[in-house]
Design a protein around this ligand. Structure first.
Ligand code: ATP
Ligand code: MG
Length: 200
């Protein structure tokens, strides 16, 4: 009986391997990806910084531009800011509901975006993270076409990762990979405060 099961398992795995090997052989395109991580659940920025860790591990040159945040003492910033492979820019104004000042937010967003644009035009920058960029577009702080143009005309091999809720249809259309992180449960809703290492 258990031999039968083992033999069935082996046949199933052989078929699976043939299928997977075939799919891998078909994937021949090599290009810079636009990855969009959106949705209401937790895990967008931490996924982006996971890819940053991978990239730095391989010795790639990376740029990080964090929109909105920066008032908290983020672990990722502490870790990567001193790394010679990473150029780190933070729009240190905090959340829009803290600043409550649209004019100042727009000025900060635009000067931070100029840093992002430089990275998106830089051939030697392999990976660019635009953390929380989507809010700059939903609030109308940045010109949508300017952002889409800069993304479209970036170097062919450059990877870009964008995070933030409510990514626009145009951004999703332009992206190669989109993950929508859903909120099944979040500790905050049970009254748990932000936790060092897990949340920042
Ligand atoms: P993370 O940086 O942990 O990957 P995120 O980028 O997906 O989170 P953001 O919307 O940028 O999510 O929020 C950042 C902070 O807010 C984190 O501390 C995170 O734990 C918390 N957070 C994320 N999603 C939720 C949620 N649905 N409810 C409450 N807090 C959340
Ligand atoms: Mg985030």
């Amino acid at each position: 009986m258990s031999e039968d099961r083992n033999a069935r398992h082996k046949r199933a795995m052989q078929r699976k391997k043939e299928y997977i090997d075939g799919r891998i052989a078909e994937a021949t395109i090599d290009k810079g990806l636009l990855v969009v991580l959106t949705g209401n659940g937790k895990g967008k920025s931490s996924s982006a910084f996971g890819m940053l860790a991978r990239s730095v591990g391989h010795g790639l040159h990376c740029g990080v531009v964090q929109f909105i945040k920066g008032k908290w003492d983020c672990g990722e910033q502490k870790l990567f800011q001193a790394n010679p492979l990473v150029e780190f820019h933070v729009m240190a104004t905090g959340f829009t509901w803290d600043t409550q000042d649209r004019e100042a937010d727009i000025a900060a967003a635009q000067s931070t975006w100029e840093q992002a644009k430089k990275l998106l035009a830089d051939d030697s920058c392999n990976v660019v993270i635009l953390d929380e960029l989507t809010y700059m577009l939903t609030y109308g702080y940045l010109d949508k076409d300017d952002v889409l143009n800069a993304l479209q005309s970036r170097p062919d091999k450059q990877h870009v990762i964008i995070t933030g809720r409510n990514a626009s249809d145009e951004l999703l259309e332009l992206a190669d990979t989109v993950s929508e992180v859903g909120e099944t449960k979040h500790a905050f809703n049970a009254g748990v405060k932000v936790q060092l290492g897990i949340d920042y």
